[in-house]
Design a protein around this ligand. Structure first.
Ligand code: FAD
Ligand code: UDP
Length: 364
C-alpha cells in the first residue's frame, strides 16, 4: 500500500518523509508518541514555547542544511550563552577569556595559557585517553574541578576517567572574550517553535500518532515495500544481545508567577551537590515577554525500560554491542536504520537532517 513506512516522526523521519513524498513516493509516518517532532517537540504553556524533551538550539555550519530548514520556518537570532553556577561562584561558558579572567583575575590570553600549562605541568598527558585527561589538557585543573567534573559525572553517571574524550570536544575552548556556546556559522530557534516547523515538513503526508511500530507491523505485515526505522536499534531486534545503555533525563517543570527567574535561557549547575544539571527558562529562547515564566530542572538518570532514551553512551562496552546490532541491521534488506536511536549516535539536529537528506538521495 505504501512505498515507505517511516517509524518515528522526529527530524530524521520527517525529513525523509518530506523528500520521499516530493519524489513521488507514497509514505506513511507513524510515531508511538501522541505528537510529531520527536525530541524537538515544543508545546505552548502560558503562551511560552516549552521544549518538552530538553532545550534545543539549532546550530550548523552546513549552508545546505541551514537553507533547507529555512524553507519551513523563520529562525530568530538567539545565540546560546549559558552560564555555570559552581557553589556561590558564577562563570561564563563555554570556557573562554571571560571564564578565565573571572577564575584567575587575569586579562590576557597568554596569562590564561600560562596558568593552564602550570596546572597540568606535572601530569604529562600526551594523547588523552579519556574525558578527564582531555579536559585537564584543554583547560587545566581549576576549570576541570569547578566546571567539568561535577557536571559531567551527573550528566553521564560515570567517572570522567571512564568516558570517551570526544564528549568534551563538543565544547569550544577559546582564548577570546566570546560567550557564544557554538562555533557554527548559523544559529537560532524557530520563531513559531519546532513543532510548527515539523508540521510544515509533513503537510500532505499521512501521519498516525499513538502508533507503536511493533504492534502495527504485526497487524499490517505487508503495509509497505520498505521501512525507515528511527526507534532504538536494540529494540528492533528484541534486545537479543542485551540492552544498549542510554542516559535519560527527568524534567521537573514549573510555571512561576515571575517575569524573569534567572535572566538567561540556560544556567548549568556544575557542582555535584546540586542534584540537577541545569535549569532552563524557556521564554528566553524566543525573547518572549509576560508576567509568568516556565522553568525546567533537568535530572540526568540511567535509562531503564519505560523511560525516554536520550543520550547514547558511546563507551567501549556499548560500542562492541552496537557493532553486533549493526551487523544484524545490515542483513535487513528492506529496512533502513536512521536517526539518533536507529544508529545509536550522539547526533545534533543538523547532522540528523544531513543524514536523512543523504539517505533519501541514496534510496531514491
Ligand atoms: P527522535 O527525535 O528521538 O525521534 C525518534 C522518534 O521515533 C520519536 O518520536 C519516538 O517516539 C519514535 N519511536 C521510537 N520507537 C518507536 C516505535 N517503536 N514505534 C513508533 N515510533 C517510535 N541537537 C541540537 O542540534 N541542538 C541542541 O541543543 C540539542 N539539544 C538536545 C537536548 C537533549 C536533552 C537531547 C536528548 C537531544 C538534543 N539534541 C540537540 C539532539 C536532537 O534531539 C536530535 O539530533 C534529533 O532530535 C534526533 O532526531 P531523530 O529523528 O533521530 O530522533
Ligand atoms: N560540560 C561540562 N560542563 C558544562 C557543560 C558541559 O563539563 O557546564 C561537558 C559535559 O561533559 C557534557 C559535554 O560537555 O556532556 C557536552 O556538553 P553539551 O552542552 O554539548 O551537551 P548536550 O546536553 O547539548 O549534549
Amino acid at each position: 500500500m505504501y512505498d515507505y513506512l517511516i517509524v518515528g516522526a522526529g527530524l530524521f523521519g520527517a525529513v525523509f518523509a518530506h523528500e520521499a513524498t516530493k519524489k513521488g513516493k507514497k509514505c506513511l509516518l507513524i510515531d508511538k508518541r501522541s505528537h510529531i517532532g520527536g525530541n524537538v517537540y515544543t508545546e505552548d504553556v502560558e503562551g511560552i514555547h516549552v521544549h518538552k524533551y530538553g532545550a534545543h538550539i539549532f546550530h550548523t555550519s552546513n549552508k545546505k542544511v541551514w537553507n533547507y530548514v529555512n524553507q519551513f520556518t523563520e529562525f530568530n537570532n538567539y545565540v546560546n550563552q549559558p552560564v555555570a553556577v559552581y557553589k556561590d561562584e558564577l562563570y561564563n561558558l563555554p570556557f573562554n577569556m571571560n571564564t578565565f579572567s573571572k577564575m584567575w583575575g587575569i586579562k590576557t590570553p597568554q596569562e590564561a595559557k600560562d596558568m593552564i600549562a602550570s596546572q597540568i605541568a606535572d601530569l604529562d598527558i600526551e594523547e588523552p585517553k579519556n574525558l578527564e585527561e582531555q579536559a585537564l589538557k584543554l583547560a587545566g585543573r581549576d576549570v576541570y574541578e569547578k566546571l567539568i567534573k561535577g557536571y559531567t559525572e551527573k550528566q553521564w553517571g560515570r567517572p570522567c576517567s571512564e568516558l570517551p574524550s570526544f564528549i568534551i570536544k563538543r565544547l569550544p575552548l577559546r582564548f577570546r572574550y566570546d560567550n557564544n556556546y557554538f562555533n557554527d556559522r548559523y544559529q537560532g530557534i524557530p520563531i513559531d517553535g519546532y513543532t510548527a516547523m515539523v508540521e510544515k515538513m509533513l503537510e500532505g503526508i499521512e501521519v498516525r500518532t499513538n502508533t507503536d511500530y511493533f504492534r502495527f507491523i504485526r497487524e499490517n505485515p505487508n503495509i509497505a515495500n520498505k521501512t525507515v526505522y528511527t526507534g532504538m536499534i536494540d529494540e528492533f531486534f528484541d534486545f537479543c544481545y542485551g540492552h544498549l545503555q542510554y542516559r535519560s533525563v527527568r524534567f521537573e517543570s514549573e510555571v512561576l508567577d515571575c517575569e524573569n527567574y534567572q535572566g538567561n535561557a540556560v544556567v548549568n549547575y556544575t557542582d555535584c551537590e546540586v542534584p540537577y544539571t541545569r535549569i532552563i527558562e524557556h521564554k528566553h529562547f524566543a525573547f518572549q515577554e509576560g508576567s509568568k515564566t516556565v522553568i525546567s530542572r533537568e535530572y540526568s538518570e540511567e535509562w531503564k525500560p519505560g523511560a525516554e532514551p536520550y543520550y547514547p553512551i558511546n563507551d567501549d562496552k556499548n560500542t562492541v554491542l552496537l557493532q553486533k546490532y549493526m551487523e544484524l541491521a545490515a542483513k535487513q534488506e528492506n529496512v533502513i536504520f536512521g536517526g539518533r536511536l536507529g544508529l545509536y549516535r550522539y547526533y545534533d539536529m543538523d547532522k540528523v537532517i544531513e543524514a536523512a537528506l543523504d539517505c533519501v538521495e541514496k534510496q531514491i
